[in-house]
Design a protein around this ligand. Structure first.
Ligand code: AMP
Ligand code: MG
Length: 403
């Protein structure tokens, strides 16, 4: 019998037992969104490649405007205009300036731009500067954003729209990413029917299959839906073995009632090695983890809420480990709208709704009988209550992980 492990122990076990697959493939920039970067992306160019103005105004030698004011403007000769998208070829002697639009090139020798609002055009070829410039004022210098050799994005990051922008800026038309993981999903139970069927007496629609497939899709993995398998040890063994062959990981849900539970453990042991049986969380305790080679074999509880949270808290970090993905979960702080009791000696997972009231974020625990899917429907997040905490008072601040 394996000892029940705490959530932290499970996460450490995952790190220890599984190694990143190290696979990669190239995708073009339009296909890179949401993919896990497999390379450190270094710039090979300067961005911007020229000194630019950040304002509409006049480029000049800052010195020529020192000490000026509205009462005593510096009067400079207007010697030309910089056009957008063109180099600044105009020479600017001392006591002169050129018009430069926002983003336009600052001519060589000029070292600042003064906003048009702080100037006056006298209409006679001279411009009055009403506020002094300073070297570097209202300018972005060549390479201020990016210089050759600088790491712009690190391997393991899930590419977001802003990253696609940065890649475009440095001229990347494609990147190396991790191939999407293929994860087999099996639902087990004699009582289960497909979601598109009407359950007969004693039957239940398969909730976990579609739910886990959706969780995987949202995570960026490919789910291979193997469907419903009856509580038949031999058949289950066959289906899991076939799924293992075709996938990077296999998730099984259900079969945690006494006799069948042992079947899941026996099957996993037969196909590889049993690593874990039982996690000290509520819901989600009857979770099983094994491996065949470097391929995880996961047995989730049948209760949909338990299956969901076990998958969210332990399967996703496991898949991230295989991919070499950096997981980034930033909980939000919210005020509890009701008190929450917990006294289980296990870490408690409480789904909640988030609401903004009077500028404050509140978390309203979703109360329903344990194991009912309505605990999940409409949940915006969940909070974790440590095993030694007896509960949280109404009004207490809690960290809520977003769903
Ligand atoms: P088990 O772990 O097989 O003992 O199942 C525990 C509970 O979860 C039972 O009420 C099952 O009917 C239910 N259950 C198991 N698998 C699923 C599933 N895929 N979808 C919905 N309910 C399930
Ligand atoms: Mg069952």
């Amino acid at each position: 019998m394996l000892k029940v492990k705490t959530p932290e122990e499970v996460l450490r076990l995952i790190e220890k037992e599984f190694r990143p697959l190290g696979r990669s493939e190239n995708v073009s920039l339009p296909d890179a969104l949401g993919r896990v970067l497999a390379e450190d992306v270094r710039a090979e160019e300067y961005v911007p490649d020229f000194d630019r103005s950040t304002v509409d105004g006049y480029a000049l030698h800052a010195k020529d405007s020192f000490g000026c004011s509205e009462a005593a403007p510096a009067i400079l000769d207007l010697v030309g205009e910089v056009k957008m998208g063109e180099s600044a070829s105009v020479a600017v002697p001392r006591d002169a300036c050129v018009y430069v639009p926002t983003g336009g090139a600052i001519p060589a020798g000029c070292d600042c731009a003064v906003m048009i609002e702080h100037t006056e055009d006298y209409g006679d070829g001279t411009i009055g500067i009403l506020r002094p410039g300073a070297p570097g004022m209202n300018m972005i210098f060549r390479g201020d954003d990016v210089r050759p050799g600088r790491t712009v994005l690190k391997a393991g990051r899930v590419l977001a729209p802003q990253d696609i922008g940065a890649l475009a800026a440095i001229g990347r038309t494609g990147v190396t990413v991790r191939p999407r993981l293929r994860v087999g999903v099996i639902s087990t139970g004699d009582e289960l029917v497909c979601a598109d069927q009407t359950p007969g007496p004693g039957q239940m629609r398969d909730i976990n299959g579609p739910m886990l497939a959706a969780l995987l899709k949202d995570f960026g993995a490919e789910s291979i839906e193997i469907g419903i398998v009856a509580d038949d040890e031999e058949l289950l063994r066959e289906r899991i073995a076939a799924a293992l062959h075709a996938c990077d990981a296999v998730i099984l849900s259900g079969g945690s009632s006494a006799g069948v539970k042992d079947a899941a453990c026996r099957i996993i042991e037969g196909l590889g090695e049993l690593l874990l049986h039982g996690i000290a969380v509520k819901p989600g305790k009857p979770t099983i983890l094994g491996k065949a080679g470097n391929k995880p074999l996961i047995g989730l509880p049948g209760h949909p809420v338990a299956a969901f949270f076990a998958a969210r808290l332990f399967v996703l970090p496991l898949l991230a480990r295989l991919e070499g993905r950096t997981l980034r979960d930033f909980p939000v702080r919210a005020e509890l709208s009701e008190s929450l009791s917990a006294n289980h000696g296990r870490m408690q997972i409480s789904p909640c709704r988030l609401e903004e009231k009077d500028g404050r974020l509140t978390a309203e625990p979703i109360r329903s009988k344990s194991g009912l899917i309505t605990q999940l429907a409409g949940a915006d997040g969940f909070l974790l209550i440590e095993r030694d905490c007896e509960g949280l008072e109404k009004g207490a601040e809690a960290e809520v992980c977003r769903l």
